[in-house]
Design a protein around this ligand. Structure first.
Ligand SMILES: [Zn+2]
Length: 250
């Protein structure tokens, strides 16, 4: 089901409506869609920009805390003068300036086992873009439980990965990474803004495909890349039938 488009929207999206096989119906489905973006930093903020300009109907941003100076090497939605202010409030304002037809709801919250189900209320797809594994795990479990597709993407230095979690069809995050990395520090890993940006763009493309039915999303495949050598590859990934989150006995 889609939502009818105004003349302004048809004009705004004219160039993507020229994509081979991308019809008004795909555009209408995108307008009828809501995405949760868990983490509105270098990854999620970039994904939000491209979902907004592509004409998604609504986004929900979940990210706790205020903008800091050291966020500014990657968070292209933000402005220097906003340092010290709420990240999600400023992100909402900026997105609505870019495309006033997009609705944004914000939660100045981390993603936890307690709130993930609530953050997903009325949501059609979730983008996993938080810098901690426990938040990603909470979102993964809630998405599997509510049968909501999740796009999982993460980066570290010059490297990144991307895959989609479709409950019951593809591996979930827990199938692939059942254990936390005890060495991982939330803000302790290197980030080049363009690497998080490219990954945010790729997330938005997968979201548009999954929401509209256009193209071929990654299914049981992981995109893995290393921009130090500009090496991009796709790997086959497998479900763990005994997975504590998505397995038969879960
Ligand atoms: Zn699983």
């Amino acid at each position: 089901m889609g939502k009818p488009l105004t003349d302004t929207e048809i004009d705004r999206y004219r160039r993507q409506l020229m994509l081979q096989g991308f019809t008004l119906q795909h555009q209408q489905r995108l307008k009828a869609s809501t995405a949760l973006i868990a983490g509105i930093g270098g990854l999620g903020g970039t994904a939000a920009v491209y979902l907004a300009v592509a004409g998604i109907g609504k986004m929900v941003f979940a990210h706790s805390g205020n903008l800091t100076l050291s966020n500014m090497n990657r968070q292209i939605l933000m402005r220097h003068e906003w340092i010290g202010r709420s990240r999600v409030v400023e992100a909402k304002r900026r997105i609505e300036e870019i495309n006033p037809d997009v609705g944004v709801e914000v939660f100045d919250e981390r993603t936890t086992g307690d709130n993930a189900g609530r953050l997903l209320d009325g949501v059609d797809i979730a983008l996993s873009a938080r810098p901690t594994f426990h938040e990603r795990r909470a979102l993964n479990a809630a998405c599997v439980k509510k049968d909501i597709p999740m796009i999982e993407a993460a980066m570290n230095g010059m490297d990144g990965y991307l895959f989609n979690v479709i409950a019951g069809k593809t591996p979930c995050l827990n199938c692939l990474y059942p254990d936390d990395d005890p060495e991982w520090e939330e803000l302790g890993f290197p980030v080049l803004g363009a690497v998080s940006g490219i990954l945010g763009c790729l997330m938005s493309i997968e979201a548009i495909k999954l929401l509209t039915g256009y193209g071929r999303p990654l299914l049981s495949r992981m995109l893995l890349f290393n921009t130090f050598d500009m090496d991009f590859r796709k790997l086959r990934i497998y479900r763990d039938e005994g997975c504590a989150v998505c397995g038969a006995s879960a």
